[in-house]
Each structure stands twice: as C-alpha cells, then as structure tokens.
Design a protein around this ligand. Structure first.
Ligand code: UDX
Length: 441
C-alpha cells in the first residue's frame, strides 16, 4: 500500500529518508525552509556527497513520487504520515542538544493538522523529548487526540545512507503507551517491504526508543575510544594495536568492527550525541551512570593532540617553518562531511604551530574551505605533498590507502609519513626508506 508522507528537514537524514520512502513506492513531499537546498533537490541534485543517493533521488523526482516544498500548509494537506528529520546539533558552549528545529516543526505543523495524523520522529533527541512533543502537538492540533507522535530513530551511516535506510539492521519504533493508536500499524505499512525481508522490528515505549539510538552511538564511541586507549598503551609498551585489534576481534563477543585505532571519531553524530547523552543523564539524575563517556570523549580528543605531537617529533622538534601535507579532510572516507572532523582539526592545530599546511581531500575541499579558509588547499595528493617535510594520512580514502612511495618520494622534502588511520602498509613505506609512524604501532 502506498502512503502519502511528508519528511521535514532535507539534510543527510531527511533527504535520504524522503528519497528512500519514494523508492519504497510511497508518495513523498520533502519539506525544508532552505530555498537553495529545495531548488537543488527538485532538480534531482543531492546538496552533499552520498554515494548512490543521487540515483534514487533523481529516479523518484522524475517519476513524480518525490516532490519538495517550503510550505507546511501543503505538507499538512497532502500527508497524514509525517517524519521529522531535522538536525539536533550541540548547543553552543554546552553539552546539551539544541532542540530548536525539532520543536519548530511541531509548532508549525501541528496547528495545521485537522485530520488523524502520525508524526514519526527520526532525529536523535534526548530521552523524554518525544513525550513532550506529543503533548504539545495534541494541544496545538485541531485534530487534537487524533494526532500521535511516535519515535523511529535512524541509525544510518554517512557513506551507506541508502543501504542503511532500505536495508537497516533493525527498525525501532517507540509509541506512546498511554494512548496507543495507529502508529504501529502505519509503520508496518510504510516499512512493509523491509518487514517482508524479516528485518527485526522492535516496538517499545517512547523513552526506550529514544535511548536505543543514544545508547548505540555511545557504545560505538566507546568501542573506538577503547581501542584508542589500547593504542596509547601499545605505544608506551612498544606493541602493535592493529595486531592486538585483529586478535581480540576474533572473539565473536568482541568483534573486529569499529576497532580501528587512529585519530578517532568525528562527524555530525558521535561527538555531539555522547555529550547530549551525558547532559540529559545529568538532568534526570543518572549522571553517574555516564561519567565514563567523559573519558571516552577525552581519549578521543587526545588522539588529535597526539597526532600533532607526532608530527612535531618527526620534523625534528618544531613545526615552525615546516611544510606539512594533510591527506584527508572529511571525518571519514566516502563523505564530504567535515563537521568535527579530526583531520581538519589536526590540520588547523598544526598550522597554529607555524607550519604551512596543504590539505587534499577527494570530496571535502569546498566544505573544508568554508570552515578553515586559511589552510592551504591542493588539487591532488601529489600537489599537497610538494616540498612536504611530513605527510599525514588522516582520512582513509581508498586513494590514500593505495598510495605508493614512488608516487611522492621525489617531490617531498622529508620522507616522513604518519598514518593517522593505520591504513597503510608499514613495511612498504619502511622498505622504500621512509620514516613510517602509525598510531599505536
Ligand atoms: C554514526 C553511527 O555509526 C550511525 O549508526 C549513526 O546513525 C550516526 O553516527 P557516522 O557518523 O556516519 O555514523 O559515522 P561512523 O561510520 O559511525 O564513523 C564515525 C567516526 O568514527 C568517523 O570519524 C570514523 O572515522 C571513526 N571510526 C570509526 C574510527 O575512528 N574507528 C573505527 O573503527 C570506526
């Protein structure tokens, strides 16, 4: 059965969700306040780099199932199923999440709802938010109690957004257990194709659904910081964290995924989500339970400082007047996202120590220039390496993993390479006469 759906917010989450819901056969209206973004999307263009999304978007814009608008009135008339996919960034100068955009969807949409409607929240929010939004929506809506807010957290990874939306590991739905109505039935219809694939469908209360998302991200962040803490110990002991990760990863209870030591996690989700989680735990009197996340955050941020120290060491004790090549700016490969990117953050710190820094990234150049306009930018990896005293690999793009010493050894000034993602073969570089340094090996 095809449903008429409105998706509020057309960023990574919203645009992907809207396109994928159309791909499932639904009629979808994407809603945003940003006219420039809407114009691109209407033309079938994705305003950010996400492999595979443009094809799905274009196909469904062309077949008419996917449209975009800035009008809440149009959305309220068109759809009776609504998804909230707006951002919940970190508040400036605080750990807590800024819920302005989520609240503003409810404030604008609910007064226009004069028929029974289900609003599914997908944004990552502090536990307790959905309940408040539901009460507010019913208060504002002409349809009153016929309006339901349910929570359906999104677990997509950038770079795999389409696959993660159409074939997720699980679908989680939180419903208001005090007045359960149609949300579960509607979700079953919207996600019928997914449920036919036997993807686990977990129906629970609102608070649990909200917490599933924050707990998942906290666990992933902890796993990365755990291995990065082991990297610190390995460095002190002269051991190799990569072999250690392989060996402990063979234990199925531990698993090898997300055990890559390096410059740590960044992006628009993990860093701000663990902070918002700590802030919310404090508000509800459970702060002690999450004090360990502060250490997870500390270990992670320490990786960036460690990288700067290593760079200083390999160039002889002072960065002043040196040339440093930084390969990678995105927070991870296959993305042009530079939000809280360890790579760019390190590039900026090194520049502050008096280096001339040249950055190259296959996709994230424009976004990098916007937030760090004073760094040097090159049009290729080899251009960035021209005259460099040290080459830093900070995002593990395939192009950098496959880099060969011969490609750059004639153009650098010093044969120093620091592998911030442990993605290179140390023997290959050492045997070509390079001073190779990894993190934790
Ligand atoms: C993450 C979650 O994975 C996803 O489920 C959630 O919906 C949003 O947040 P994403 O931000 O796209 O997704 O990136 P992810 O692939 O999780 O990587 C996060 C960061 O951790 C990146 O900076 C990555 O480089 C780093 N990372 C990942 C490591 O440093 N080591 C690892 O082993 C894995």
């Amino acid at each position: 059965m095809n449903t008429r759906i409105a998706v509020f917010g057309t960023g990574y989450l919203g645009a992907t969700h809207a396109a994928c819901m159309a791909e499932l056969g639904h009629e979808v209206l994407g809603v945003d306040v940003d006219a420039a973004k809407l114009a691109k999307l209407e033309a079938g263009e994705v305003p950010f780099y996400e492999p595979g999304l443009e094809e799905v978007l274009k196909k469904n814009v062309d077949n008419g199932r996917l449209r975009f608008t800035a009008s809440y009135e149009e959305a309220a008339q068109f759809a009776d199923v609504h998804f909230i996919g707006v951002g919940t960034p970190q508040k400036k100068g605080e750990f807590a999440a800024d819920l302005t955009y989520v609240h503003s969807v409810i404030e604008s949409l609910a007064p226009l709802l004069n028929k029974p409607s289900v609003i599914f929240g997908k944004s990552t929010v502090p536990v307790g938010t959905a309940q408040i939004l539901g009460e507010r929506a019913r208060e504002l809506a002409p349809a009153g109690d016929q309006v339901e807010v349910a929570w359906n957290p999104e677990f997509l990874r950038e770079g795999y957004a389409v696959k993660d939306t159409l074939h997720p590991d699980r679908v989680v739905l939180g419903i208001d257990k005090t007045s359960p109505r149609r949300a579960e039935q509607v979700a079953r219809e919207v996600y019928a194709d997914l449920l036919d694939e036997n993807i686990p469908f977990i129906v629970t209360d609102l608070a649990t659904a909200e917490l599933v998302k924050t707990a998942a991200n906290a666990f992933l962040a902890t796993k990365i910081s755990f291995i990065n803490a082991m990297a610190e110990v390995c460095e002190a002991a002269g051991a190799d964290v990569t072999t250690l990760a392989d060996a402990i990863g063979h234990d199925a209870r531990i698993g090898r995924r997300f055990l890559n030591a390096g410059v740590g996690f960044g992006g628009g989700c993990l860093p701000k989500d663990i902070r918002a989680f700590m802030a919310r735990a404090g508000e509800i009197g459970a702060d002690e339970a999450l004090t360990f996340l502060r250490e997870v955050d500390n270990i992670n941020m320490r990786r960036r400082t460690r990288m700067v120290e290593l760079a200083r060491n390999v160039v002889g004790g002072s960065l002043l007047g040196t040339r440093i090549a930084v390969l990678g700016a995105a927070f991870k490969p296959n993305s042009d996202d530079v939000r809280d990117s360890p790579a760019l953050n390190i590039a900026g710190q090194i520049q502050l120590h008096g280096s001339s820094v040249n950055v190259y990234d296959p996709k994230a150049m424009d976004n990098s220039r916007k937030i760090f306009p004073t760094l040097g930018y090159s049009t290729s990896a080899s251009e960035a390496c021209q005259g460099a005293d040290a080459v830093l690999v900070l995002t593990e793009w395939k192009e950098f993993r496959e880099l060969k010493p011969a490609q750059i050894e004639k153009i650098v000034r010093g044969k120093n390479i620091i592998d911030g993602r442990n993605c290179l073969d140390p023997e290959l570089w050492r045997s070509a006469g390079w001073n190779y340094r990894g993190l934790g090996r």
